[in-house]
Design a protein. Sequence first.
Length: 318
Amino acid sequence: MIARLPALGGAAANVLVGPAAGDDAGVYLFQGQGLVATADFITPVCDDPRRFGRVAAANSLSDVFAMGGRPLFALNLCCFPEQVPFEALSEILVGGREALDEAGAALLGGHTVQDQELKFGLAVVGQAAPDRLLTLAGARAGDALVLSKPLGTGATINAYKVDALDAEALEPALVEMERLNAAASRLALEHGARACTDITGFGLAGHALNVARASLVELRIEFASLPVHDSFWEAVARGVSTGKTESNRRSAAAQVVVRAPLAEAQRELLFDPQTSGGLLIALPPERGASLLEALLHSGHRAARIGEVVPGPPGLCVD
């Protein structure tokens, strides 16, 4: 759809990262600084409205962090059903504000519409140094691949919604979804990261392929190294998946080679859509161990999951 849009005209001269790049956010050059702009909203992931607000805000802020930026300000995006109690809606906004406060960003307002399905998120503007942007296109052969959060939130959330998992089983994944990618972004920059993306709706395979295609390289991932929420395995064992998992699989199938002898549940993990997922970071191999150590020290359940190799764009899972 984006390909059919008319050219940007005179404003294009200041666009450092536009819609055609497929990156996590757009970047506009203004007075020597890169303004990073993005918007996102999600449906509820838990029964606690304040914690849902925090997760939704963290999810929206993540695109700025994935570009190596820091958020400056945000606007609430509220799609609220009329029948939801005012107190619950207010708590969602409180949770979102808490996440913004933690990120050091200001809330300037927002917009609300009535909707049959509750949704909440943010439009965010951040700032990044133009010469230190983290994009999809920077990965180089030999780079190490580090993932900053565990996978498996898609099936976990759905399992909770249909009572296949209880609140105790959801809690570890919920804590990680509330975690901002601010520290991971900062540490990635400090350790010389060359490419980055956050793992969200397209799942690990889809977002890894975005890096491979933009950088014209192959990403090789060791399945045994992937950090995974225990709740994901419980969910798929009870027959729970997501509506997007199969479409993610179909979209990525042509450029994904699975050489590891994976069971169907393990294959599903590759395509499970994430909410407020971690950063996938490509950086020089000699810096991979120190970045991983720093992430673990900061509280992240991170892992070094593979490497970048020469070859036609694709993803190989060993």
